[in-house]
Design a protein. Structure first.
Ligand SMILES: NC(=O)c1ccc[n+]([C@@H]2O[C@H](COP(=O)([O-])OP(=O)(O)OC[C@H]3O[C@@H](n4cnc5c(N)ncnc54)[C@H](OP(=O)(O)O)[C@@H]3O)[C@@H](O)[C@H]2O)c1
Length: 306
């Protein structure tokens, strides 16, 4: 028997057989003028929204978070409950109750959200978008009541608090608010302020780039297996080697070429491998992948503006 308590527009959907819960309900009447009951609200509680919410909570456990989604299944409710957030199915509750509103739906869903919520928002609020290709200009047109607009681009590294997060605030955002947002984002990765014109490059290099690095790790593993290693050992050593390389690059103040030189002796094994990688175009392939992804991001941004 599925038992779900539904209260004032807040409800759970599709419980499993043993699902018995009441979603927590914000008390609108308790809201004081110029005060928001929640610090942060999410419109779209999927992978990226959750990763960001969890990061916020890790560094600021006292933050009050409300999340809205059109699809609250049992697993999702449980995950958001686990980080102490409340849930709603009504997007307008986010604008009504949250000071910082995070747009974390897929690009194809943002128009519907914008149509629904165009009249919401106030000058006291901050609207932050994580949506690929969704520009500050589009945010301004869709949500004219909110002046403080922030666009970010990140990657799934956020899920393990190792994201690479590019941040572009609109010119109206006061410096202290920019600093506040940056310090919140620091909870789940490395943050950098970038001009909005860099967002497609960031999308290609770190947003999509994590997949290119996965592919290099996968190729390392396949090379290990082809050279005689068991799959198990090859798999563990491939990711460990990539981890070591990334940490060496981050922790050393030397350039990458000098780190390569360190492990390359004339006529040695690394030299032989690097010669083959050069012959087969490893470096050009990765650079080409980043540029193709950045160009695609540019195309998609233009489509979403139409
Ligand atoms: N995942 C990444 O690696 C990554 C990296 C960088 C940026 N991003 C950006 O992050 C955004 C979210 O990606 P994601 O991977 O988290 O997607 P996701 O897991 O699909 O999450 C989006 C959630 O929003 C819900 N939703 C759809 N329409 C809605 C509406 N009108 N109101 C409220 N909720 C709605 C979806 O429900 P349904 O399932 O019912 O549609 C889904 O649960 C995207 O715009 C993407 O560009 C993602």
């Amino acid at each position: 028997m599925v038992k779900v308590t539904i209260e004032r527009g807040f409800r759970a959907v599709k419980g499993s057989k043993n699902f018995s819960t009441a979603l927590k309900v914000p008390q609108f009447s308790e809201r004081q003028k110029n005060e928001f009951q929640y610090d942060i609200g999410f419109i779209g509680a999927g992978n990226m929204g959750y990763a960001i919410a969890e990061g916020f909570k890790m560094t600021n456990p006292n933050l009050k978070i409300l999340a809205s989604d059109s699809n609250w299944n049992l697993d999702r409710v449980q995950k958001w409950n686990d980080i102490g957030s409340n849930q709603t199915q009504q997007n307008e509750n986010i604008f009504e109750n949250c000071r910082l509103v995070v747009l974390s739906v897929k690009p194809q869903s943002i128009q519907a959200v914008a149509n629904e919520l165009a009249s919401h928002g106030t000058s006291e609020q901050i609207l932050m978008s994580v949506i690929a290709g969704y520009s500050i200009e589009s945010m301004r047109k869709s949500f004219p009541n909110v002046q403080n607009l922030v666009r970010i681009m990140t990657n799934t590294g956020c899920l393990i608090k190792e994201g690479a997060i590019a941040v572009t605030p609109s010119e109206e955002v006061p410096l202290d608010v920019v600093q506040e947002v940056m310090s919140l984002l620091n909870g789940f990765g490395l943050t950098e302020l970038v001009p909005e014109s860099s967002m497609d490059a960031v999308t290609g290099m770190s947003g999509s780039g994590i997949a290119f690095v996965y592919q290099v790790i996968q190729a390392l593993e396949e090379g290990g297996v082809a050279s005689g290693l068991s799959r198990d050992v090859a798999s563990k050593f491939a990711s460990q080697t990539a981890l070591a390389a990334a940490k060496m690059v981050q922790q050393s103040d030397r350039d990458i070429q000098s780190l390569i030189d360190d492990v390359t002796s004339p006529a040695g094994t690394t030299y032989a491998g690097l010669q083959k990688a050069k012959e087969m175009g490893l470096s050009q392939a990765v650079q080409g992948a980043v540029q193709a992804a950045a160009e695609r991001s540019f195309e998609l941004s233009n489509i979403s503006k139409k």
